[in-house]
Design a protein around this ligand. Structure first.
Ligand code: MV4
Length: 510
């Protein structure tokens, strides 16, 4: 095993990787920007190297500085986390060329999945179902019209270099096609410096279901089952779970085999994820493969009992996966809520400031993967995700109930966060039934935000309780004077019930 690993990331994922290293007896090197001098990942690592000014383009994205830091500290391997340099083929190659082990898939596999049309073509060549559409970029509007006519409207135009919904345009009728193609090309050019656009038939109200795979460098490729990530807003995932209410054991086996086939075809090693759309009739279609550790990996860890990050390190060090596919069966239910510094009631406006108070939930089945602490400054240089709250329950209902309890226990003061939004989602009947799809949140958001917030409803209940207690006290005083036998011994001296206490806090009673 490695003696020392450098983590080319920050925040919660840097801490997650540091913990895995600590448990494997590996020393850690953090890198950090001038904005992160006091960040927890810097303190928790055994060593830390300053790599530049706050903007990520001058720090966490500077591959050559990070490789230099690894050489300086004699780190034998680099873990990229997610985001930043994790899916840059050139960086994976540069790390390897510097004689340092890359804790991730081969640069060639990153490249194979980087182009969405190439990934589709690879899938088709290996008998993997994809949404009907083109595997080549579109030449012009005329060609697009002919193809769209063949598949039937509505169709979706997508950027070949894309992913994450950028450069995506839905087209419902032939007359809109030429204009939409131009718009998609413009968006693709500005986002990816590549104007290649292809076409797919539009799948109505699909679920986003993805399969976690783990591959060693000895030919074993395993599926760790699915995650459902349908609670999204503008292509940003907010809540993920495993398993999915829409996946039966039979479908899990089929999707798992399909994801393993994609991984093998790409010459994959290490952890990766195949994204699928699952339509209302239960058909699934391969979309793309993410060649990195994902934010939502903990839900899979909690239901499979497999520590994905530890296995990333072991696989990179040449170990063999010791599991058989039949042994990997999800146990119970896990849900993750992304805690971001965003104000849901103000169009998810990013919020900044210093975290003045942080109280973390705990108890059975509760996991906190955080990147901040009391005193942390939350700025605008990096992603607004502060932490992930993940819970495990014996079934989905217990997991949802437990998540709600843990969210209520969570207190973050100093910045606005997504915590209250998540409480409202946990209270939503459609969410509780699992009646979700990728557009569910857009449709439901207004009603979720309109509903009286749970905290306020708790206060309303406290006030109602205070009024009742007041009335009872009056009644008790009367009845004590009358039929005293009907009352507990001691009359008015019994310990106050919680409603009375709550009302005292609210200043309604003394
Ligand atoms: C689709 C689709 C419906 N039909 N493709 C959006 C991001 C990209 N990764 C794929 N996306 C979609 N592709 C076809 N043919 C609907 C979406 C989609 C979506 C997919 C996954 C998660 C959230 C989404 C939100 C809106 C649309």
């Amino acid at each position: 095993m490695f003696k020392k690993v450098l983590i080319a990331n920050r925040g919660e994922i840097a801490l997650r990787v540091i913990r895995a290293c600590q448990e494997l007896g590996i020393k850690t090197v953090a890198v950090y920007s001038e904005a992160d001098v006091r960040a927890p990942h810097v303190r928790e690592a055994d060593e830390a190297v300053l790599i530049g000014p706050p903007p990520s383009s001058e720090s966490y994205l500077r591959g050559e500085k990070i490789i230099e830091a690894a050489k300086l500290t004699h780190a034998e391997a680099i873990h990229p986390g997610y985001g930043f340099l994790s899916e840059r083929e050139w960086f994976a190659r540069a790390v390897r060329d510097a004689g340092i082990v890359w804790i991730g898939p081969p640069a060639e596999a990153i490249a194979a999945m980087g182009s969405k049309t190439a990934a589709r073509a690879l899938a088709v060549a290996n008998g993997v179902p994809v949404v009907p559409g083109t595997t080549e970029p579109l030449e012009n509007a005329k060609e697009a019209e002919n193809i769209a006519k063949k598949f039937g409207y509505p169709v979706l135009l997508k950027a070949a270099a894309g992913g994450g919904g950028k450069g995506m345009r839905m087209v419902s009728a032939p007359k809109e096609l030429a204009g939409a193609l131009e718009a998609a090309r413009r968006e693709a050019t500005s986002a990816f410096a590549d104007d290649a656009v292809y076409l797919e038939k539009f799948v109505a109200q699909p679920r986003h279901v993805e399969i976690q795979v783990l591959a060693d460098s000895h030919g074993t490729v395993l599926s760790l089952g699915e995650r459902e990530c349908s609670v999204q807003r503008r292509h940003q995932k907010m809540i993920e779970e495993s398993p999915s209410v829409a996946v039966t054991p039979e479908l899990r086996r089929k999707m798992g085999e399909t994801a393993v086939r994609v991984a093998r075809a790409a010459g994959y090693a290490n952890a990766g994820t195949c994204e699928f759309l699952l339509d209302q009739s239960g058909e699934f279609y391969f979309l793309e493969m993410n060649t990195r550790l994902q934010v939502e990996h903990p839900v899979t860890e909690l239901v499979t009992g497999i520590d994905i990050v530890q296995w990333q390190l072991r696989i990179a060090a040449g170990e063999k996966l010791p599991f058989r596919q039949e042994e990997i069966v999800p146990h119970g239910w896990a849900i993750e809520c992304r805690i971001t510094s965003e104000d849901a009631s103000n169009n998810f406006l990013p919020s900044t400031g210093r975290i003045r108070h942080l109280h973390l939930p705990s108890g059975p089945g509760v996991r906190w993967d955080g990147g901040v602490e009391s005193g942390s400054e939350v700025g605008l240089y990096y992603d607004p995700m502060l932490a992930k709250l993940i819970v495990w329950g014996a079934d989905r209902e217990q997991a949802v109930t437990r998540m709600r309890r843990a969210l209520v226990d969570l207190i973050i003061q100093g910045v606005e966060t997504s915590r209250d939004f998540h409480i409202r989602v946990m209270d939503d009947d459609e969410f509780r039934r699992g009646a979700i799809d990728v557009q569910w949140l857009e449709r439901r958001l207004a009603s979720i935000l309109e509903r009286p917030p749970s905290e306020e409803s708790v206060r309303v209940a406290a006030i109602a309780g205070a009024l009742l207690a007041e009335r009872d006290r009056g009644a008790r005083a009367v009845s004590t004077a009358g039929v005293g036998a009907a009352l507990p011994a001691g009359g008015g001296d019994v310990a106050p019930d919680p409603w009375t206490q709550a009302a005292r806090i609210d200043g309604l009673r003394d």
